[in-house]
Design a protein around this ligand. Structure first.
Ligand code: SF4
Length: 138
């Protein structure tokens, strides 16, 4: 299974069962909105290369980039949505967090909640003006 880094590079991650389709639809809708806002173009880490995310522990440069990143909120919310579509498969260093920390942040949250958080993050980072609310999965 593949996922995408903030720099837009595709990387392989462990394959796990898919999340329910209704949840995937909600999550990918929010992620598509973030992609349309071109959030990754503002990433401080855009030129650091994949090793910075997926080489075990994050580098000092990546930690510093995250601390100063103008799309930090969006990056974290996007990672939580993306990883929820992978049925809990978490990999890499996103927005200053390792997989275990993101697992704790996502635990018990619905797809709708994660999607709304991503829309709120887009507003907080100045990428869109108004959040778009998503319907709960039935
Ligand atoms: S918060 Fe960190 S990992 Fe996320 S886009 Fe910014 S620099 Fe990259």
């Amino acid at each position: 299974m593949q996922t995408t880094t903030p720099a837009g590079d595709d990387v392989e991650v462990e394959s796990l069962p898919d999340a329910p389709l209704s949840n995937v639809t909600i999550l990918t809708g929010a992620m598509a909105r973030a992609d349309r806002a071109r959030w990754a173009e503002y990433a401080s880490c855009a030129n650091l290369g994949n090793d910075a995310w997926f080489n075990g522990r994050p580098t000092k440069r990546l930690r510093e980039a995250c601390e100063a990143c103008p799309v930090h909120n969006t990056c974290l919310a996007y990672a939580l949505c993306n990883e929820a579509t992978l049925a809990g498969c978490r990999a890499g260093f996103w927005a200053g967090t390792l997989p275990g920390a993101r697992d704790a942040l996502a635990r018990g949250r619905s797809a709708s909640d994660l999607a709304m958080s991503l829309c709120d993050a887009l507003v907080e980072d100045g990428l869109i003006r108004t959040p778009q609310r998503h319907q709960s999965a039935s």
